[in-house]
Structure formats: C-alpha cells, structure tokens
Design a protein around this ligand. Structure first.
Ligand SMILES: [Mn+2]
Length: 592
C-alpha cells in the first residue's frame, strides 16, 4: 500500500548539559512555587537560573532596558522633537503588514495625543510593493513634509532616501531588517541590526535585543519622544497592545525583551480598551475577558488586519486601529472580516490548484508552482501551506503586467535567499532572507528558473530531503493531564519562535472510539492510556485524510500532543490537540 503513512520520526529534547544537576529541578520548583514539570519545561527552553526562570514567568516592564541603552533612540527622538518645535510637517512611511500598520498607528496616535498631527503613507502592495519609492517621496515633498519617519522599512532604500534629502526632508529610519552593503544617508537610523558609527550615546555599543519587530523599534522611539516633548507625558504603556500585535504577527524570536513587551501587551488586548481591537475581537468571537494568546493573534486578529493589505486597502486597518468610536470601529472590522473571508476563499482555490501541481513534481526536492491568475497578495501564504504539507522549499509565481511575480518559503534547514542567489542570472529582481523571499522574472526565463532552483535545492539538501523530526518535550501519562497542569502551562505563554508550545509524548494508548468529521477532514479519538487507564478525548485537525485507512477502534498508538481546555458540548473539558501519531499498530481486519 503505497499511501500508508509512515510514523513520524521524533526525538525527546534534552536539558542542556550546562544546566544544574537534575536534583536542582525540585529545589528551583520549590523556590519559585511551581511544579517540577514546569521547571523542566523552562530548562528545555534554555533557561538556566532561578532568576531567568522567575523573569520568564513574570516578565515585568521594569525589566525592559532603559531607553538610553538602545542605540540611536535618543538621537532620533531629539531630531523629531526639534522638528516639532520648528513647526515642520511630519510624515510616517509604513508597510502593509501587521507590523508596519501597528507601527504607523503607534506613531500617529502617540503624537496626536501631544497635539501633533502626522501624515502617513502605506504603499500599495500591488502597485509599489514593500519599502520606499520615489513617486511617494515626491508626493510627500509636495505636501510640504519636512521630516519623514520610516517604520518597519527604509534600511534598504538608499536611493529613495537620497531623493528625500535632495528635496529638503529630514529622514529618520526605524527598521528591523538586515542592512545591505550601503547604508542610507539618513539623519538617524534606529535598527537593532545596525549601530551607527557616529552615535553620540556612550553606552550604546550593542542592542539589548536584536529581535525587536518594527513596531517594537518605533515604540522605543516614541517612548523617548514622549519623555522629551514639553507638556504632560502620555502613558506609553497604552501602546503595548499594538506592539504585541505587530511583534507576534511578524513571528520574530520572543527573546526576553520581546517577551516583556508582548506579555504585557496581551493583557491590554485582553482588556480591549482600544476600540479597534475590541471590535476586531468581537468579530472573531473572542469574548470580552477571554485571555488572548499568541495563537488568537496569529489565527484571528492578524489575518484580518493583513487582509486589508493583501486584497484591499491597507488604510482600512490603519483607520480601524486609530478609531475612537466603537460603532465606527465595528463597521470597519466588519469590512475587514469580509475581506478576510474573501482572502480565505481565494487562498483555498489557489491552494487546491497549487497542491495538484506540487503532486506532479514530487520527484523534485524543490517546488516551482505557477499560474497566470493567482492573486499576488495571497501566493505567499499558499507557499507556506505547501511547505507545511510537502516539507520542501517552494516558489509560487503568478503573472502580473506581463511579468512573473513570485513568493517563496523555505524549510527550517534551507537557505532560500542563498538559493535565489544561485538563480540570479534568470531573475529580474529578488530579495528576502533565509526563510522567505520575493522574486520577479520574465516569462521566458521560467524554464531556466526551474532548472537552476532544482540544482540549488539539491546542492543544499541532497536529492531526497529528510522529513522533519518532531521535537518532543517529554513523555507525559494521561493521569498527569489535569486542569491544574493546564493552568500552570499557561504561564509559559505566549508561544512563538524561541518558545515553542510544549508537545508531549504519550505512553502507548488504545483507541476506544474513533470518528472522522467535516467530510473526513478531521479525526476525533477517545484514547485510553495503557499504563493508567485514563481516557481522554483527542482531535487531530486536518489529519483525517491521512489516517482514515489506518486508525480504527482497538488500534494501539502513541501520539505527540498538547493538552488544552476547550468547550465541547457546552462543557469545559480537556482536549488533546494531536500534532502527530508517532507510532501505531492496527489490528488485522480478519484476526483483530
Ligand atoms: Mn516587520
């Protein structure tokens, strides 16, 4: 049977050798007043000392580095305050994704509360794409803009910034992308991946965190501006909801400083004081005082904000987050929700076609899929889905104005940017990083691209790239899965890069009841732990098709799972989210 799934390879993570001896786990647990299991999970995430663990569990804002520690922030803030004092017109240039939109809103809203109106510009994805462009710069100059502040972009726009300076503007760049070889000649650059050689700040020799999102950088700058401007300061903590939204949506590494920003911001999102966020939560069905985790942002709030930039007008999302009136905010949220529904339908349609193409190419280690009519705002998400499904790097191309425009996504061990570099002879334009990239090429180059890309992938990964190995935290019997445990696990939130959701390995289980639902899309099982007899309900989302021929009653198996509380039949109960079935034995139909 060629379509029988193979069990997924897995490993158990181990605590780093540098960690204190095993017996200390219980000591630390006693001192922190948490369970040994929680300490073990933190140790598996690379936390070593009591202090680090304590800060991880309670990342108070007092642990955020002071503004003086962040290179360029005070210089940039002084520049802005001087421009305001001169009466210069200010404009902020953002981006159409959640990070860029929240950063734009943060700057506009904070300065408006100081009585300073700031113009903003967010490029259209289809017409101009990401970053600064000269047409927009000239338009801003005509409107009399004297100071241009970029957020979540700008570090790569040397020529555009030169033009802005020529037109008499001051330019302050805030960005978090890697600088290229040429650094723009801006009045100040604030970028955690860059330190200006002529910074005037004494201590600023390194960044307390290199992992800030664009909105995190603009938050620091606005915190400094807030302090320097005359008149009463606003409570800058009010903006952490925007910081949390943009930081989670950008999927940056949640290091200590980001965790402080995000964890505190999520509390504000839970409160829902900003009308736009409240309206967005309402339309996603997230109740007033429900805890909002990174998951809800990633699956519900962020896609609706992004939908504006993907297939509509990004200004809609800016207006939502700036809106003071809840009724107006609800109207905009409804529009965004409709755009998101349209986006999902479009995504579904493209994905079906892309999967069909991918299945024809499974002899290749890398996929190049294309069509003339796929929406260019959506191909990036589809590329991610294809990589999830087929575990190989993927480029998706669509035709626009006679040219192929593409979006690529990578597997963890593959450097996509490096691969595109190897294809550059047939590309008209490309850019990005290890995990994601964009490209453009003339249609006649398509065949060459396919050939070069296949070579580049093979060179990095070999002919048959190995499937990813699932990393599990530890084995956990069902009797240990209690409401108390779940409450404690919540302390590890928010999950993200650098802090993955815990995944447990089950002991051997026997299937008591099995049901495939939603046209066999999902699989529900009642599983009994063979060591202690505890029965729990488990759901394997989007894995119905994969297991439909294998899993039936009396089968024995082991799962990789994350327990959570869910409302099922109107009752709050424990449900296991099945990441994978890692070992299985199905009794023979005739003899079983
Ligand atoms: Mn960003």
């Amino acid at each position: 049977m060629p379509d029988t799934p193979q069990p997924t390879p897995w490993t158990l993570k181990s605590i780093p050798d540098s960690f204190a001896p095993e017996r200390n786990i219980a000591d630390i647990a006693r001192r922190l007043e948490v369970s040994s299991l929680l300490v073990r999970l933190m140790a598996l995430r690379g936390l070593e000392s009591d202090l680090a663990m304590d800060r991880f569990l309670s990342p108070g804002l007092r642990y955020l580095h002071p503004l003086e520690d962040w290179p360029g922030v005070l210089d940039g803030a002084r520049c802005i305050c001087d421009a305001i004092a001169r009466g210069a017109t200010l404009a902020v240039w953002g981006d159409y994704d959640v990070d860029g939109i929240t950063a734009t809103v943060l700057v506009k809203d904070m300065l408006a509360r100081h009585g300073v109106q700031v113009k903003h510009y967010i490029p259209d994805r289809l017409d101009f794409g990401y970053g600064l462009h000269v047409d927009g710069i000239r338009a801003l100059a005509e409107q009399g803009v004297g100071l241009l502040l970029t957020v979540d972009c700008g570090i790569a726009n040397t020529a555009e910034i030169r033009e802005a300076k020529r037109l008499g503007m001051q330019v302050i760049v805030t960005d978090h992308h890697l600088p290229g070889r040429e650094i723009p000649d801006a009045d100040a650059i604030i970028n955690p991946r860059y330190i200006s050689p002529d910074t005037t700040e004494d201590h600023a020799s390194s960044w307390p965190s290199q992992e800030l999102a664009g909105v995190g950088v603009s938050f620091l700058l606005m915190a400094a501006v807030n302090r320097m401007l005359p008149g009463p300061a606003v409570d800058i903590r009010d903006y952490l909801d925007l910081v949390a939204l943009g930081t989670i949506a950008d999927a940056v590494h949640l290091d200590e400083q980001n965790r402080i920003l995000v964890k505190n911001g999520l509390l504000l999102i839970k409160e829902g004081r900003r009308p736009g966020i409240l309206a967005l939560k309402e339309i996603c069905g997230i109740g007033g005082h429900e805890t909002v985790g990174a998951g809800a942002i990633g699956f519900a709030l962020a896609p609706r904000i992004n939908a504006a930039g993907r297939i509509g007008d990004p200004d809609l999302a800016v207006r939502l987050l700036l809106e003071n009136d809840i009724t107006e905010a609800q109207k905009i949220a409804l529009q965004l929700d409709k755009l998101n529904t349209k986006r999902k339908q479009e995504e579904h349609r493209i994905l079906e076609e892309a999967i069909a193409q991918a299945e024809e190419q499974l002899h290749l280690p890398g996929l190049v899929l294309h069509s003339e009519h796929w929406h260019s705002g959506i191909i990036g998400i589809v590329a991610s889905r294809i990589v999830e499904r087929f575990h190989r790097p993927c480029l998706i191309l669509t035709k626009e104005k006679g040219i192929f425009k593409g979006s690529g996504r990578s597997t963890p061990s593959f450097d996509l940017y490096e691969a595109l570099l190897a294809c550059k002879q047939c590309l008209y334009k490309f850019g990005g990083h290890r995990q994601a990239a964009g490209l453009k090429l003339e249609p006649f180059q398509l065949a060459t691209l396919k050939k070069l890309f296949a070579w580049a992938v093979e060179e990095q990964l070999g002919e048959n790239p190995a499937p990813p190995v699932l990393e599990l935290d530890m084995e956990l019997p069902f009797s240990a899965v209690t409401a108390t445990l779940l409450k404690e696990l919540d302390l590890l939130q928010p999950y993200g890069q650098g802090n993955p959701r815990p995944i447990f390995l089950s002991p051997m289980l026997s299937v008591q009841k099995v049901r495939f639902f939603s046209q066999k899309k999902h699989l529900e099982m009642y599983l009994a732990d063979s060591t202690d007899g505890t029965v729990l309900r488990a759901v394997a989302w989007r894995q119905g098709e994969r297991w439909s021929k294998i899993i039936r009653e009396k089968a024995t198996l082991r799962i990789a799972y994350t327990p959570r509380l869910s409302i099922f039949n109107n009752v709050l109960q424990i449900e296991l989210a099945v990441h994978d079935i890692v070992d299985f034995h199905t009794p023979d139909l005739n003899h079983g």
